[in-house]
Design a protein around this ligand. Structure first.
Ligand code: C2E
Ligand code: CA
Ligand code: CA
Length: 421
């Protein structure tokens, strides 16, 4: 049974993007065609971007970048007189440019692929390419991804919790696991949940999302405490779900911060906790973000040890770092999650489609599970229905929810297998 027919009635864009992300974003468009320059600029202005500069070739672009202020996102053509897109990319690599780059070019695909590879080797964030299609929806997708990737732009203006507040939340067991389901795209079965951490504010009692405490907990060296407290509580609730739905072979995924993989004791600590919680490691997947995975021996050793103990290991946010498809097979991952910035609007994004196809092939050849995360739109699910055995996760099915709510959701899903239970 395919998911697609039931989903087509659903309208797109159900969930608004984070507001305010156009503020303070500086964009440079580089193209020798005034018509294309203006077209892209109009679309961006229409989206609310105000700081837009234009350059007719690579040399002019370099001048603008050198003069400052910081350019967060560069749209560049490849074929231009004087200094072309390849030279510009090389220059950006040399000066370790940490914004995002989007190519817009009508060059043949091989040249574009080569450029993408070149940028990756220079650790540049090349986040997509536009061909002749300059539709606002396509540009919007690129901008969302570019903003997520640009390391020189910080959109977060939320106050972080202090070390003391986080510690108090851990001590008072004010940690709430939120579960988000993953669904098999062919069988429609729920295959498991990712647990996402929430804290209850010690004073206001509001539910706090990770953007306000993960960085602070990492800086304060509290991540191990936090993860173990979360896993302990999540394991209890997850076991209840497994008991209630014994015919579903559910798994539980939990996120790790990069520093945690540096700890030699991590595999045995997790193994011990799983025994105490009566949770077999084969039911647990540890998610590690791609951008954090530096080829450090300790990290790879710990990953391998965890796999040997039976844990699943997932490469999270794939596409936001620099792991090439060829490198993937050298890492001991059992799963790869294609980042939501590629999944959102994949139905009309050739760059994302190409990456997805290559990733599916790679995963199939190497017995890795592929997960598409951040699904919000029915047409994207429909696009992905061409693949067998990929797992789907996103608001379209359910946002992360606490135990009682996700239990109710699961009952509804099992009864109707529909996205609108
Ligand atoms: P992540 O691991 O990539 O988790 C997915 C995030 O995307 C979650 O945000 C989830 O609510 C959100 N999401 C899921 N589906 C959709 C969708 O369809 N559209 C959109 N726009 N977003 C979607 P959340 O819960 O705010 O977590 C943010 C990040 O915080 C996580 O990203 C993860 O990196 C980190 N995090 C959360 N819990 C933990 C934890 O226990 N330990 C560590 N180290 N990191 C955590
Ligand atoms: Ca994750
Ligand atoms: Ca992710």
């Amino acid at each position: 049974m395919s998911l697609t027919p039931k989903l087509t009635g659903r309208t797109n864009q159900l969930f608004p993007k984070k507001p305010g992300t156009t503020d303070g974003v500086s964009i440079l468009i580089v193209d020798d065609s005034p018509v294309r320059l203006q077209t892209i600029a109009f679309v961006l202005q229409d989206m609310g971007y105000k700081q837009i500069q234009m350059a007719a070739n690579g040399l002019e672009a370099i001048e603008r970048i050198e003069q400052g202020p910081t350019v967060h996102i560069i749209f560049t053509d490849l074929q231009m007189p004087e200094c072309d897109g390849l030279e510009l990319i090389e220059h950006l690599g040399q000066r370790q440019y940490d914004g995002s780059i989007i190519i817009h070019s009508q060059m043949e695909k091989r040249i574009v692929d080569l450029t993408i590879e070149l940028a990756r080797r220079q650790s540049l964030y090349l986040v997509g390419y536009l061909d002749q299609n300059l539709e606002p929806s396509v540009i919007q997708t690129m901008m969302d991804r570019a903003l997520l990737a640009a390391r020189n732009y910080n959109a977060s203006d939320l106050a972080s919790l202090s070390k003391e507040m986080i510690l108090r939340a851990i001590e008072n067991k004010n940690i709430v696991p939120y579960f988000q389901p993953k669904i098999d795209n062919k069988t429609e079965s729920v295959v498991g949940f990712e647990v996402l951490c929430r804290l209850v504010h010690p004073i206001s009692k509001e539910i706090i999302t990770p953007d306000r405490f993960i960085d602070a907990a990492e800086r304060a060296g509290l991540m191990m405490l936090l993860t173990l407290a979360l896993l302990e509580k999540a394991a209890l609730e997850f076991n209840l779900l497994c008991e209630e739905f014994p015919y579903l072979p559910l798994t539980l995924a939990i996120n790790l911060s990069p520093g945690q993989l540096d700890d030699d004791k991590l595999p045995s600590t997790f193994n011990d906790l799983c025994q105490i919680c009566q949770l077999p490691p084969t039911r647990i997947t540890l998610e590690i973000t791609e951008t954090d995975l530096i080829e450090k021996d300790t990290r790879l050793k710990n990953l391998a040890r965890l796999r040997m103990m039976g844990f699943g290991c997932s490469l999270d946010d794939y596409g936001m770092g620099f792991t090439s498809l060829a490198q993937l097979e050298h890492y001991p991952f059992s799963e790869v999650k294609l980042d939501r910035s590629y999944i959102n609007n994949i139905a009309s994004d050739p760059y994302a489609q190409q990456l997805c196809e290559k990733l599916v092939d790679k995963c199939t050849a190497n017995h890795m599970q592929m997960v598409a995360e951040g699904l919000e739109r029915a047409d994207d699910v429909e696009y992905l229905s061409r693949y067998h055995n990929i797992h789907l996760q996103g608001y379209l099915y359910s946002p992360p929810k606490p135990y009682t709510d996700i239990r109710r959701w699961l009952h509804n899903w099992e009864a109707h297998r529909s996205i609108n239970p």
